[in-house]
Ligand binder design. Structure first.
Ligand code: 13P
Ligand code: SF4
Length: 368
């Protein structure tokens, strides 16, 4: 049985009646619950969500903004998170005990977050300590499980998002000689490189082989990158860049730092989701852009900027499949179950883990 089948068996799934409703009926049902619950309900939506869902979001944002909004959400009793599992966990950690967070579909995970589990991380840490003693500060991208955030918090480290990775890595180097960056090797590598750390001084920890791949003597290693990646952003390639340069010589290429170093190197600009949105918003009419990020967002930017010529850097690009698990039927089901007093898919992080994970999140939020 694969992971999805296991989850389908152990978590409630969408009742059949929602599968046959029209979009109009589903939309009306969502509106009815939103109207009746008012400010008792908060519906944050990540930029990568589908249009059919994001139209109902009370706030749209990237990971950083959604974490900040969750931390400042004092009114709502229920938060129905339109994003992926690690984001809902973060919202649970940052909200009060009496506020409850729900995820409309428990299968909305993140393949990158799944690339670092706590057992692998503890083993890696033990081995790294024997090589480097107490000279490493762990940092984790928020795209990680609550258990990884707790591990990082307990060891003095912090979370980062793609919007604040530069400042957080700078801070980390005021604390310790070197960093362990989980779980996205690309965000870690691209950010550290921009801060002037040579690529040779970045080692890679392979959690499957349980070995450190390094090119310089250990004492010269400054950054240890966990060997994880985003399965969406890894699909942007150097050949996509060459193709765009050939087809549209005047087009600017802008990519997310979850793309590989080679792709970022050959692009004109790289930055977080928010950075990309603002770059296009502030560009003069008639600009031409190839964007290397998630497809739901790229399509939305294309619709919102008819005055510009915008394409996806990879014409065969698909949306993030797990973000796409949250759709209109699941949203309507989630909200109606809540309104009926039988809420589904509560996200509840174990209290001990939440306390440590909050330390890592707070260290980021106080600097963001
Ligand atoms: P940001 O929202 O930090 O840009 O992250 C992108 C992403 O992959 C979210 O899953
Ligand atoms: Fe995870 Fe990548 Fe999807 Fe973001 S876009 S949720 S990092 S798989």
């Amino acid at each position: 049985m694969n992971l999805f089948e296991t989850m389908e068996q152990s978590t409630p799934t969408l009742p059949d009646r929602y599968k046959t409703m029209t979009a109009e009926e589903l939309e009306q049902r969502v509106k009815n619950v939103k109207d009746s619950m008012g400010t008792r309900l908060f519906l944050p939506g990540h930029h990568y969500q589908k249009d059919e869902v994001i139209q109902f979001a009370d706030a749209r944002g990237d990971s950083l903004k959604l974490a900040q909004l969750s931390a400042n959400q004092h009114e709502a009793e229920a938060i129905v998170f339109c994003g992926v599992h690690f984001m809902a966990e973060t919202a649970d950690i940052l909200t009060r005990e009496d506020q409850h967070v729900y995820l409309p579909d428990m299968r909305a995970g993140c393949s990158m977050a799944d690339m670092a589990n706590i057992t692998q991380t503890e083993k890696a840490w033990e081995k790294l300590m024997t090589k480097f003693d107490d000279t490493i500060l762990p940092l984790t991208y928020v795209n990680s499980t609550a258990a990884i955030k707790a591990f990082v918090g307990k060891h003095g480290g912090a979370t980062v998002t793609s919007s604040n990775a530069t400042g957080m890595i700078e801070w980390a180097f005021t604390q310790k000689e070197r960093i362990l960056f989980l779980p996205d090797q690309h965000l870690g590598r691209n950010t550290a490189y921009d801060l002037g750390i040579p690529l040779e001084q970045m080692a890679v920890w392979d959690p499957i082989l349980e070995e450190l791949i390094h090119k310089v003597p250990l004492e010269e290693v400054k950054v240890i990158l966990w060997k994880g990646h985003c399965s969406v952003h890894e699909n942007f390639t150097v050949s996509n860049i060459h193709q765009v340069r050939e087809d549209y010589p005047d087009m600017k290429i802008i990519v997310h730092p979850e793309c590989s170093r080679e792709v970022v190197e050959l692009s004109d600009q790289a930055g977080s989701t928010n950075y990309i949105i603002n770059a296009i918003k502030n560009a003069p009419a008639g600009s031409a852009w190839a964007i290397g990020t998630e497809m739901n967002l790229v399509n939305r930017i294309i619709q919102e900027h008819p005055e510009q010529h915008i394409i996806s850097l990879n014409p065969m690009m698909c949306p993030c499949l797990t973000m796409n698990r949250i759709d209109l039927p699941h949203l309507a089901w989630s909200l109606e179950s809540l309104a009926d007093g039988k809420p589904q898919n509560l996200i509840k992080v174990d209290t001990e883990i939440a306390i440590d994970a909050k330390m890592a999140l707070d260290r980021m939020l106080e600097r963001a």
